[in-house]
Design a protein around this ligand. Structure first.
Ligand SMILES: NC(=O)c1ccc[n+]([C@@H]2O[C@H](COP(=O)([O-])OP(=O)(O)OC[C@H]3O[C@@H](n4cnc5c(N)ncnc54)[C@H](OP(=O)(O)O)[C@@H]3O)[C@@H](O)[C@H]2O)c1
Length: 254
């Protein structure tokens, strides 16, 4: 039987590839054999991630793009096709949160959040999806969240709304593009310790509170997401589309 999880010869783009989660996923894809195109707005940061992948024995390049700008994402897709001739995998690991109580939520912040998390996801899927349509094959992995299917307090109404949208972008594209050979899935993490959330891990009381809410009794780390990403990106998930794998220590089982 062939090794379904091997990604040798595959070309993968990771948007948000210099983020806490994006770097782990980019590294994982590289270790499993894919050539990784690490992308975000910060050329310096993505360049360093590409170097770390290469130092670990993988193949990687860094190409900057802003996912909220369709021309920028189009240019990324064209540059990858020009260099490698194809795009097999797109992992949308970019994203942000702006926490504001609902009554005080500035509309400008709401627009900014939706621009990156929702519009950015759609723009990246659209630009890379066109390449995959020509190839009649491709795998897209979006970053949803447990907050895409569970409400949350603490100023998270905007974030929950964007991740709910990512959930349904994933399902709707999976249906629309299934006949084209393009699979669209998502990963839905619970809290993962990254540079943006490390203040929680560093505060023992807060860390205890978050860990207690997770059936497995701990907070996640970026490496927890690598297995789900490799599976969804690989031929091992060849009959899987429109699904979200919740990597959440059992949180959404309740
Ligand atoms: N950490 C968690 O607890 C957690 C839990 C569930 C889901 N998630 C989701 O997982 C994803 C990654 O989260 P993370 O914690 O790794 O976040 P992070 O460390 O803040 O990384 C976010 C990445 O997105 C990039 N980015 C932001 N705006 C962008 C834009 N306009 N164009 C291109 N890239 C952009 C950032 O790079 P530049 O700013 O340099 O462009 C950065 O590389 C997000 O979608 C997040 O919602 C995270």
């Amino acid at each position: 039987m062939k090794n379904f999880f091997k990604l040798d010869g595959k070309i993968a783009i990771v948007t948000g590839g210099a983020g806490g989660i994006g770097e782990a996923l980019a590294m994982g894809l590289g270790i499993y054999g894919a050539t990784v195109v690490v992308s975000s707005r910060n050329q310096d940061a993505i360049g360093k991630v590409a170097e770390r992948i290469k130092a670990a024995g993988g193949q990687a390049v860094a190409i900057a793009c802003d996912v909220t700008d369709e021309r920028s994402v189009q240019a990324l897709a064209e540059a990858v096709v020009q260099k490698y001739g194809k795009i097999d995998i797109l992992v949308n690991a970019m994203g942000m949160n702006i926490k504001r109580e609902a009554f005080e939520y500035p509309v400008e912040d709401w627009d900014k959040l939706f621009s990156v998390n929702v519009k950015g996801t759609m723009i990246a899927c659209k630009a890379v999806g066109k390449v995959m349509r020509n190839q009649k094959k491709g795998a897209i992995v979006n970053l949803s969240s447990v907050r895409g299917i569970r409400g949350y307090t603490g100023g998270n109404v905007g974030y929950c709304a964007t991740k709910g949208a990512v959930e349904l972008i994933t399902k709707a594209l999976a249906l629309e593009w299934a006949p084209l050979g393009i699979r669209v899935n998502a990963i839905g993490p619970a809290l993962i310790i990254t540079p943006g959330t490390k203040h929680i891990a560093e505060n023992p009381e807060l860390a205890k509170k978050y860990a207690a809410a997770v059936p497995m009794g701990r907070i996640g780390v970026p490496e927890d997401l690598v297995g789900a990403c490799i599976f969804l990106a690989s031929d091992g998930a060849g009959f899987v589309s429109g699904q979200t794998i919740f990597v959440d220590g059992g949180l959404t089982a309740a």
